[in-house]
Design a protein around this ligand. Structure first.
Ligand code: ATP
Ligand code: MG
Length: 559
């Protein structure tokens, strides 16, 4: 045991940390081992992130370790694509599994243990149909009925189970059940199913098996094989704990212990692989890594950092009651993180041309501006200023309301890190749309050297037209318009039809051209953006990670 790590009690411990700490203090375990056990039937989502952080952080905090184990007992829904994505996502989150393991590697051992159980008269092959078995189950207040196959002698059951394994029966012909107690108040203990027949190709074991273990037979024994000390699962498995313990006790193997915590859900998102898969398969999103998806790969592509997701999981914490975390907490975490490290850049999403009539044609000058006011080490860069500029269309209003501090006819505004300009003339096209503005600049108002004495309230960003480049910018909004999308039976009905707006021809400053995917920036006044993998040097593509909220106001104060 690494005592240095366990003696740090300055921090508030969650209930599982308290259990682990007590188990180490009492000497019950010398060291702990946890596991994260995803079923490889989809990509990981933000709910899984919570479980990953919980399990790996326990390992790290208490000097133990954590396995990544694929719970691959259902050949029909599983795939190596999912295995690969899950490994990549766990690593990207910043965690290093002690071992990467597969329940399917334990199939021979689980089969042998099933025979041990049968030999002890504690399991039997049942030929009743699924409906009959369900009908014999009873209700929580009424005991169930014993199956007519319940008292088949062990030798006969062993032979039948052998036949199940060797593929002599068709799918669903019979099952292996534990023989426990049809009158148990815990319905799970009423002779639960341990094995079912499935003639299906498995992504790792191929066609070796025609029987596959149920969760209840596979999970605890897999934990035991690995000597997992604390097996943490979500609340719905609490009634299974009795069976988990029963199986381990019958076999006399390493006593792993199950603990439950409540699922973590997120508002305006769904945390169910099945539902997310439907969105992918029906083409409502571009893939599992669509930046609107609440998957780890979606967040990564959108521009979330591992640090921000870990911080989110830490903030929402863990508990014993179901909890829906607010999307704004996640957004807060990414803003906090990127505010510290994202370089500031200028981009104009919907350009409006501004001609500076008193600036000589063909002339240019380069004006210094900070790369990140939050980080003095980030330095400065020079922005080109010239006679033709772009500003955002919505930074100009022909008929502004009172207290509009941006540009309007006759009005003045400061161009950030440059000069104050005044709008003299609005030029319109034949259909009456604003085509360009003619403005004058005040040469004495240069930022940092302003002797003009003018007081101007508004500060806007801008670009030199000739120096700027084109980029595609993708603006994302919430994927769902319902706070709880599961209110709709069909989650597709809860989708937000305006969750993606693509701006094919935004303008960016020259320093943003040719940047590798994954890099983060703050576009001044617009939000945090990240270079998408679709980006090409001739056509950069940026994803909006999150808007700025009020942070820009602070940085704009100094022009
Ligand atoms: P899904 O319904 O999305 O398939 P699952 O629980 O069936 O979820 P698994 O692959 O079996 O998915 O989950 C792996 C681990 O992640 C399990 O230990 C599970 O308890 C945990 N987990 C899954 N969803 C959440 C969630 N929303 N909050 C916390 N933990 C979760
Ligand atoms: Mg599942």
């Amino acid at each position: 045991m690494n005592t240095e790590k366990t003696t740090d009690t300055s921090e508030h411990l969650n209930f599982l940390e308290e259990i682990v700490e007590a188990d180490l203090a009492s000497g019950k375990y010398k060291s702990i081992l946890t596991r994260f056990p995803p079923e490889p039937n989809g990509y990981l989502h933000i709910g899984h992130a919570s479980s990953i952080c919980l399990n790996f952080d326990l390992g790290l905090k208490f000097g133990g370790a954590t396995n990544l184990r694929f719970d691959d007992t259902n050949p029909v829904t599983e795939d190596t694509e999912y295995v690969d994505s899950i490994i990549a996502d766990v690593r990207w989150l910043g965690f290093d599994p002690a071992q990467i393991l597969y329940t399917s590697d334990y199939f021979p051992q689980l089969y042998e243990w099933a025979k041990v159980l049968i030999g002890k008269g504690k399991a039997y092959v049942d030929f009743s149909s699924a409906e009959e078995i369900a009908a014999m189950k009873g209700t929580p207040t009424e005991p169930g009925k014993e199956s007519p196959y319940r008292n088949t002698p062990p030798e006969e059951n062993l032979a039948l189970f052998e036949k199940m394994k060797s593929g002599e029966f068709p799918d669903g012909h019979c099952v292996l059940r534990a023989k426990i107690d049809m009158a148990s108040p815990n319905m799970i203990m009423r002779d639960p199913l341990l094995y079912r027949i499935k003639h299906a190709h498995h992504h790792r074991t191929g066609d070796t098996w025609s029987i596959y273990p149920m969760y209840d037979w596979a999970h605890g024994q897999s934990d035991s094989i690995e000597h997992i000390t604390h097996s943490i699962c979500t609340l719905e498995f609490a009634p299974h704990r009795e069976l988990y313990d029963w199986c381990i006790e019958q076999l006399g193997i390493f006593p792993s212990r199950q603990y439950e915590f409540a699922r973590r859900n997120l508002s305006y998102a769904v945390t169910s692989k099945r539902k997310l898969k439907l969105l992918v398969e029906e083409g409502h999103v571009s893939g599992w890594d669509d930046p609107r998806m609440p998957t780890i790969s979606g967040y990564r592509r959108r521009g979330y950092t591992p640090e921000s997701i870990r911080e989110f999981c830490r903030r929402i914490g863990i508990g014993k009651r179901e909890n829906v975390a607010d999307m704004s907490v996640l957004e807060f975490c990414i803003r906090e993180d990127l505010n510290k490290r994202a370089l500031r850049r200028f981009a104009v999403l919907r350009p409006l041309k501004v001609v500076i009539t008193n600036y000589p044609e063909g002339q240019e000058e380069w004006l210094p501006t900070e790369n990140n006011p939050e980080d003095p080490d980030a330095g400065v860069r020079n922005l080109p200023f010239s006679r033709e500029l772009y500003i955002e269309q919505d930074d100009f209003m022909e008929n502004p309301p009172p207290k509009y501090f941006r540009l309007s006819p006759g009005g003045m505004v400061r161009l950030k890190s440059a000069f104050i300009i005044q709008c003299d003339e609005v030029i319109k096209d034949d259909s009456g749309n604003i085509a360009e503005l003619h403005c004058r600049y005040i040469p004495e108002s240069r930022s940092g050297q302003d002797t003009s004495g003018l007081k101007v309230k508004g500060v806007i960003h801008w670009l030199s037209a000739a120096h700027s480049k084109t980029a595609e910018v993708r603006l994302y909004d919430r994927l769902f318009q319902l706070e709880d999308p599961t209110e709709e039976k069909d989650v597709v009905k809860a989708l937000n039809p305006h969750s993606l707006e693509t701006i094919p021809e935004a303008r960016i400053e020259p320093a943003l051209a040719d940047i590798e995917p994954g890099r983060h920036f703050q576009f001044t006044r617009l939000g945090y953006f990240c270079v998408d993998p679709d980006s090409k040097s001739e056509k950069p593509v940026f994803n909006r990670t999150v808007t700025l909220k009020d942070t820009w106001a602070k940085e704009m104060k100094h022009g």
